[in-house]
Design a protein around this ligand. Structure first.
Ligand code: HMG
Length: 394
């Protein structure tokens, strides 16, 4: 029996901030963002989108009624939690109408936890081959106005359906993880934005990559020559490019190096337009690779590097299965282009709007553009979500 990713879906904020506009407004040379960070635009969410609406929308784009009857576990990986107690997975389970006898929970370790969720899902299907597990990585990356991290913000959610005999990617058992207790990026409960030691975080990312890759090669006996593509966690694409150059094996034939580079470029196509989506970033890179590479074939192997500040890293691998292309979308670029462009002033208002609760814990919101679901109100401190078809869930 093979186990892996059967379907993959995506949702991102329906507003787009152009990096050129942000650079001009911040008095920065626009090439610092376009060439220095490799970013062209950011996805912005209004107050009526959160990790629940994004996650539910990403999953809604891939699930059918048969899936909903077979899913018995919903795992949401996030670091933009909306509640210290109730898991976003419970709301999403309800919004999607998944059968009731399911386990739903939330996982956290910065940008890393979706990789742990994939592992848990895989082990679960190994024991219960008829089960399907919905893994969602959902985040809104907010660093704050005029901070060094501002040009790397973003929002989005990746949903993956894990099953036996997957039609997209088979996951392997070669994972190597590393934990290192560091303070490169963290967000205490009392703060809406993270504390970041930016340069230190980039050094740690690259060193965790180098050391985990060395250990992975030692344990698995595999080398870069065994892979057609290497996907990276994408806080901003330029850092992943540095990572790609770091692991490059100079002894490989030029044609192989060029093929790996072409696939690397395919893997950052979406991220360049969206920014950091934290837990989902690595998998957005994977989706981008699969939907934009012109060369990938069934049977080829992909390596994946997951990194979450704090820090935990993991390298694992997957193989493309026959017919994988039928599981992918062909109009993603048009979808991204259809986002509504906003000015820097509107971004500053929309992205940082906070709940204005009355003394009874009620709030209502202006009508913003969202994906398939939106947060329509807060009533007595309870978040009320609605599907586009008007059905209310609380
Ligand atoms: P900065 O101020 O943009 O840094 O902050 P910089 O001055 O070094 O400039 C960046 C690049 O632009 C440099 O390129 C410059 O040379 C270049 P490099 O030398 O590195 O190749 N540049 C230009 N290029 C062309 N034309 C120009 C020009 N000017 C400059 N005119 C920093 C960068 C990473 C600190 C900032 O973006 C930041 O704080 N980001 C947030 C933290 C982050 O993303 N860290 C990444 C590793 S940690 C991680 O991945 C985990 C994370 O996802 C969170 C989680 O796990 O939950 C963040």
């Amino acid at each position: 029996m093979t186990i892996g990713i059967d379907k993959i879906g995506f949702a991102t904020g329906r507003y787009r901030l152009d990096m050129g506009d942000l650079a001009q407004s911040r008095g920065v040379d626009s090439e610092k963002f376009s060439k220095g960070l490799l970013l062209d635009a950011l996805s912005i969410t209004p107050i009526t989108e959160d990790i629940v609406t994004l996650g539910a929308s990403a999953a809604n784009s891939i699930l059918d009624e048969k899936d909903k009857a077979s899913i018995d576990m919903v795992l949401v990986a996030t670091e933009s939690s909306i509640d210290q107690s109730k898991a976003a997975a419970v709301y999403i389970h309800s919004l999607l109408g998944i059968q009731p006898f399911a386990r739903s929970l939330e996982l956290k370790e910065a940008c890393y936890s979706a990789t742990a969720a994939l592992n848990y899902a895989k082990l679960h299907v190994e024991k219960h081959p008829q089960s399907k597990v919905l893994v969602i990585a959902s985040d809104i990356a907010k660093y704050g106005i005029n901070t060094p991290g501002e040009p790397t913000q973003g929002s989005g959610s990746i949903a993956m359906l894990i099953s036996q005999n997957p039609r997209l990617l088979e996951l392997h058992d070669d994972n190597v993880a590393q934990t290192r207790d560091i303070m490169d990026f963290w967000r205490p409960n009392y703060s809406t934005t993270p504390f970041v030691d930016g340069m230190y975080s980039t050094k740690q990312y690259l060193d965790m990559l180098k050391t985990t890759w060395a250990e992975y090669q030692k344990r698995s006996g595999k080398t870069l020559a065994d892979f057609s593509a290497f996907c990276f966690h994408l806080p901003f694409p330029k850092l992943a490019l540095k990572g790609f150059n770091k692991i490059m094996d100079k002894s490989l034939p030029d044609a192989k190096k060029e093929a790996l580079k072409a696939n690397f470029d395919a893997s950052i196509t979406y991220s360049r337009q969206i920014g950091n989506i934290y837990t989902g970033s690595l998998f957005l890179g994977l989706l981008s690779l699969l939907e934009n590479s012109e060369h990938l074939q069934a049977g080829e192997n992909i390596a994946l590097f997951s990194y979450g500040s704090g820090a935990v890293a993991e390298i694992f691998s997957a193989t493309l299965v026959d017919g994988f292309k039928s599981q992918l979308k062909t109009n993603r670029k048009e979808e991204l282009e259809s986002r509504q462009s906003i000015s820097v002033a509107d971004y500053e208002t929309i992205f940082f709007e906070e709940d204005a609760l009355d003394e009874d814990g009620n709030a209502s919101f202006a009508d913003y553009v969202t994906n398939d679901f939106s947060l329509v109100a807060i009533k007595g401190h309870q978040r009320i979500y609605e599907a586009k078809d008007g059905q209310e869930n609380n």
